[in-house]
Design a protein around this ligand. Sequence first.
Ligand SMILES: Nc1ncnc2c1ncn2[C@@H]1O[C@H](COP(=O)(O)O)[C@@H](OP(=O)(O)O)[C@H]1O
Ligand SMILES: [Mg+2]
Ligand SMILES: [Mg+2]
Ligand SMILES: [Mg+2]
Length: 328
Amino acid sequence: MSYEQEKQVAIEAALTAAKLCEQVRQEQVTEAMEKSDKSPVTVADLGSQAVICRALAMAFPDDLVVGEEDASQLRQPEMADQLNRVSHYVKSVVGDATPDQVLDWIDRGNSQIGGRYWTLDPIDGTKGFLRQDQYAVALALVELGEVKLGVLVCPALPVSPDQPDGEKGVLFVAVRGQGATMVPISGGEPQPIQVTKADSQEAMRFVESVESGHGDHSRQDAVAKAVGITTPSLRMDSQAKYGAVASGRASLYLRLPSPKSPDYREKIWDHAAGTIVVEEAGGRVTDMYGKALNFSLGAKLSDNQGVIVSNGVIHDTVLDALRETASV
Ligand SMILES: Nc1ncnc2c1ncn2[C@@H]1O[C@H](COP(=O)(O)O)[C@@H](OP(=O)(O)O)[C@H]1O
Ligand SMILES: [Mg+2]
Ligand SMILES: [Mg+2]
Ligand SMILES: [Mg+2]
């Protein structure tokens, strides 16, 4: 299958959602609400999920969507102001929308997994979004457990790594078997991307989360050193890290379980889109034991721990180094 229609719908939806997110960031001092697990969520996360679920419902009414957010909090009477703000931003990008429709669109993203489903992270890296740093809108299509299509919009990522203060906003797209591309959000011809083939260790750079609670920075640094990466890591929020590896800006992304939450299981929407973008750019993605990520078990990657993303060339060396650091 070419997935041409799916690709066009997903790109359009994710770009529209990213526009909403940027509007929220520009127009207001972004403030967060707190979810039951104490993590932050903003009107932009909710608006982005509404916009994307609406687009998917119109184009593929039978498809399931496994999204991060739900509307239960927003349905509470005391949240009326927040709901109005979400509806305002949704209306500003898709035209007429009532608050009830917005709630229903958000909740379309609460499916269980099935034979064919979309994973949706309306804002990946909410903490980065709040900090005015990196974040991504991440949408992927999974069929029979295999990621077939991935779209990553990174509105704050510099178009050129050599010009960090230049134009920002990059769209990454990958379709299984068709390669991965990158294009500025502002437009242009999508360019094929490739992971770095340079196995000259000095040229290597690795990326990791900004958040110390989302990884094990000291072990990550030790593993990187063990494989010969001596330059300090590039810390970046969200699946923009996958984009960095896919486009050859870094050779490695390490995400080892944080000592603060050793039993944490990663969520499918945090990795599905990024995984296919890196794989189609010639890279490799596994868990910390070398196992493929299993996206077919539910919202959590319950069979995997830690995530290792590389240019492929150095992957086995990294897994070896991990085994060695584990036994220390
Ligand atoms: N203890 C933990 N370990 C690893 N990841 C975690 C975590 N707690 C939350 N996360 C996830 O880390 C994601 C952000 O990734 P990163 O740190 O690479 O920017 C969050 O996505 P959201 O921001 O969409 O909630 C969240 O799902
Ligand atoms: Mg979140
Ligand atoms: Mg996320
Ligand atoms: Mg999110």
